[in-house]
Design a protein around this ligand. Structure first.
Ligand code: NAD
Ligand code: UGA
Length: 463
């Protein structure tokens, strides 16, 4: 089937950027991104593309180019489903917070709602593409819902997981390592796969477009995230051992990364990984393994999360211990709140957990993040339900610049690796702080020699 109209349900961190790039690269395809969230759609349609709801380097230019030409954002979900030959499902699949599998399994209620809506609206044959990250064998459930409408419409379900990382979404989408498309091995399934291959082939060379069966594709996504997160937990585990032994984790990472079998990427020790997906996807993997009775497999992967929680807690403990075992009423400045640089996303950011621990010790947290609003920070803390919103407001404050956040602080903690932090006038920061002035570098980005020469007591992860 030659695709002329695409609909994407879900205008979030994946749906928005992915569809913007498809629209830019395929001017002959009309792409409509729909969402239930009216404000989000309004923001995507903001005349000034600097105000679109997701900050990603290069994204606003692509949206400017394609929006109104062949890229549309709308709340008219039924209409977009009806018109499209191909429908991407890009809705959120968070960890379940209730019932069976609470705290581990993926919550598929939004996915099921989409499937039911497609089933209700579709009058012609459609290709339904799973873009969201899903437990292996979800396509079976979607197919069962779609095939039981009795209206004679034929559906093909494809799995096309997204591998973009936030902060580099546009470059990842423009130059993907690979595109993965899973589908049925029947002639109709293969035809559907080819339709999607043809869309990507507008800018991705065919040797990077991998086709598999549906289950391999679904499971590859969970596997990729599990392996990536595992590398971080592995290097973070070593960072603690480095601190005890006089080894330096940066040197260890470099030494092992030069082994071509290990490779240099994703070996940065840190205060712990965050983001909406690593933890959620590993918990989901653990849950799936358990449902098949594979307890050793489940325990093996769960350790990646346990190590990550330990790394976050270790960082806050270190701050308390170093500040003479009390941070009560002390101002601790946080540089960064986002889960990584170049994004305004804060989901599961290590900063949230470190702040929560320190507030338990009655510290006053003063945050500066170039892209995150105070409201978002407070919402993140409230979500943990450790204390009332009013208390969170009393203990956390946000500032428009780093110098103000650090003024009068006992310690500065670097929680996100924003480039600008390395270019600050650290002497000016030092002069405005209580002495001894401590810096806890949770991202190993600052120049230790320079800071120590100024007079800071500097410590970082893994040395
Ligand atoms: P998100 O929360 O930013 O966006 C999801 C959007 O779907 C929301 O705006 C929500 O309002 C909308 N939605 C939910 N149900 C709907 C419905 N029935 N009809 C219309 N709209 C609906 O989530 P995200 O970060 O874009 O992630 C989406 C999926 O992609 C998840 O499965 C995630 O695991 C996966 N993923 C995310 C990333 C990432 O970097 N964030 C990368 C790869 C894969
Ligand atoms: C990750 C994967 O990299 C993407 O391929 C995947 O598509 C996505 O999850 C997803 O499924 O959502 P993302 O979470 O956006 O992308 O960002 P990463 O660059 O992977 O960083 C995740 C976390 O790990 C961040 O907190 C980052 O600071 C941390 N990290 C990363 C480290 O601590 N050390 C590293 O060496 C690398």
């Amino acid at each position: 089937m030659k695709i002329t109209k695409i609909c994407c349900i879900g205008a979030g961190y994946v749906g928005g950027p992915t569809m913007a790039v498809i629209a830019q690269k395929c001017p002959h395809i009309q792409v409509t991104v729909v969402d239930l969230n009216e404000q989000r759609i309004k923001d995507w349609n903001d005349p000034n593309t600097d105000n679109i709801p997701i900050y990603e380097p290069g994204l606003s230019q692509i949206v400017s180019e394609a929006r109104g030409r062949n890229l549309f954002f709308s709340t008219e979900v039924d209409k977009a489903i009806d018109e499209a030959e191909m429908i991407f499902i890009s809705v959120n699949t968070p960890t379940k917070t209730y019932g069976k599998g609470k705290g581990m399994a993926a919550d598929l209620k939004y996915i099921e709602l989409c499937a039911r809506q497609i089933a209700r609206v579709a009058k012609q044959n459609k290709i339904v593409v799973e873009k969201s990250t899903l437990p292996v064998r979800t396509a079976e459930a979607i197919k069962s819902i779609l095939d039981n409408t009795g209206n004679g419409v034929q559906f093909q379900i494809l799995s096309n997981p997204e591998f973009l990382a936030e902060g580099t979404a546009v470059t990842d989408l423009l130059n993907p390592d690979r595109i993965l498309i899973g589908g049925d091995t029947t002639p109709e399934g293969e035809e559907a796969i080819n339709s999607l291959v043809d869309v990507y082939a507008n800018w991705v060379s065919k040797d990077r477009i991998l086709t598999t069966n549906v289950w391999s594709s679904e499971l590859s996504k969970l596997t990729a995230n599990a392996f990536l997160a595992q590398r971080i937990s592995s290097i973070n585990a070593m960072s603690e051992l480095c601190e005890k032994t006089g080894a330096d984790v940066n040197e260890v990472a470099k030494a092992i990364g030069m082994d071509s079998r290990i490779g240099p990427k994703f070996l940065k020790a840190s205060v712990g990984f965050g983001g909406s997906c690593f933890q959620k996807d590993i918990l989901n993997l653990v849950y799936i393994a358990k449902t098949y009775g594979l307890n050793e497999v489940a325990d093996y992967w769960e350790q990646v999360i346990i190590m990550n929680d330990h790394q976050k807690r270790r960082f806050s403990n270190k701050i308390v211990q170093t500040l003479y075992n009390t941070v009560a009423d002390k101002k601790i400045a946080f540089l960064g709140w986002a889960f990584k640089k170049d994004t305004n996303d804060t989901r599961e950011s290590a900063a949230i957990y470190v702040a929560d621990d320190l507030i338990n010790e009655q510290a006053k947290i003063a945050v500066y993040d170039p892209k995150v609003s105070k409201n978002k920070m407070l919402n993140d803390l409230d979500y943990l339900e450790t204390r009332t919103s009013l208390d969170n407001k009393e203990y956390l404050n946000a500032f428009d610049n780093a110098y103000e956040a650090c003024q009068g602080a006992h310690a500065v903690a670097v929680l996100t690796e924003w480039d600008e932090f390395t270019n600050y006038d650290w002497k000016k920061i030092y002069d405005s702080m209580h002495k001894p002035a401590f810096v806890f570098d949770g991202r190993n980005i600052l120049n230790s020699k320079e800071l120590e020469a100024i007079g800071f007591v500097y410590s970082r992860i893994g040395s």
